[in-house]
Write a protein that binds this ligand. Structure first.
Ligand SMILES: Cc1cc2nc3c(=O)[nH]c(=O)nc-3n(C[C@H](O)[C@H](O)[C@H](O)COP(=O)(O)O)c2cc1C
Length: 234
């Protein structure tokens, strides 16, 4: 692979870039992104569900995830309003099986209309927070708002401390989450999604947080349904 020259790039100054262009470029470049299908509850007990891909885990000790929620016009999206009100939310992991209802729940339902009712989504009660989980997803994380950070006039970052994990028996063997079985769906630039593609393996070269030295490091666990870390090195 030969190195590129400066004229091989379009170099765009992001200072003063219009919102639509910056958003389009970020969504194309920062991809694939995991999708948090977030449930929240409003002050009447109405359950809200919507997907968010400006999302990732941001800390492990204690475990925390973060999501950026943009403004809708002059106001907050229902998810942001509910998180700010109650300090609670649940991240349901969006999967291939749940792609359609997850996507449908991104439509602009009025605040008094519950997406989980409109889409007939079965719910399970939260154990650590008063927010239900979406029962067709194999993994959910119950979160309490740890901090929120304004990122300019149009975006707020919500950082949630994960109070508990619900790990479906179909994807969790008591130690690892099998990512292949999980079938997480990823967001690319809209309107595209992606599934897991080819999976590569390399030895882990550093001790994982809280784990063993590199030589014995177990890593985050097998990504492939048929791979087991206990296998002898080949
Ligand atoms: C796959 C996907 C990812 C999305 N990611 C985000 C995001 O990261 N931040 C955001 O503000 N909106 C995002 N949206 C748009 C929201 O889901 C949409 O605005 C939704 O209507 C918000 O619902 P609510 O008002 O019930 O919270 C995304 C939509 C889709 C389909």
């Amino acid at each position: 692979m030969s190195p590129a020259a400066p004229h091989d790039y379009a170099s765009l100054d992001a200072e003063g870039m219009d919102t639509a262009t910056a958003y389009r470029l970020l969504c194309g470049v920062v991809a694939p992104r995991p999708v948090a299908w977030i449930t929240t509850v409003d002050d009447h007990g109405l359950v809200n569900a919507a997907p968010f891909s400006s999302y990732n885990y941001v800390a492990h000790s204690p475990p925390m995830v973060a999501v950026n929620i943009g403004r809708r016009g002059p106001g907050l999206k229902d998810t942001a309003r509910n998180i700010e009100r109650s300090g609670e939310f649940v991240v349901n992991v969006a999967t291939l099986d749940t792609l359609e209802p997850m996507h449908q729940s991104s439509a602009e339902y009025p605040p008094e209309r519950s997406e989980t009712e409109a889409l007939s989504l079965a719910l399970l009660p939260g154990r650590w927070v008063g927010v239900p989980r979406i029962a067709i997803t194999p993994v959910q994380m119950e979160c309490r708002l740890h901090a929120q950070l304004s990122l300019g006039p149009l975006n707020t970052l919500y950082i949630g401390r994960v109070l508990g994990f619900h790990l479906g028996r179909s994807v969790y063997d008591g130690r690892n989450v099998d990512t292949v079985k999980l079938q997480p769906v990823a967001r690319l630039g809209g309107p595209y999604y992606a599934a897991l593609g080819q999976i590569f393996e390399r030895p882990v070269l550093q001790a994982p947080p809280g784990g063993l030295a590199p030589a014995a490091a177990a890593g985050p666990g097998p990504a492939r349904a048929d791979a087991r870390r206990e296998d002898p090195p080949r």
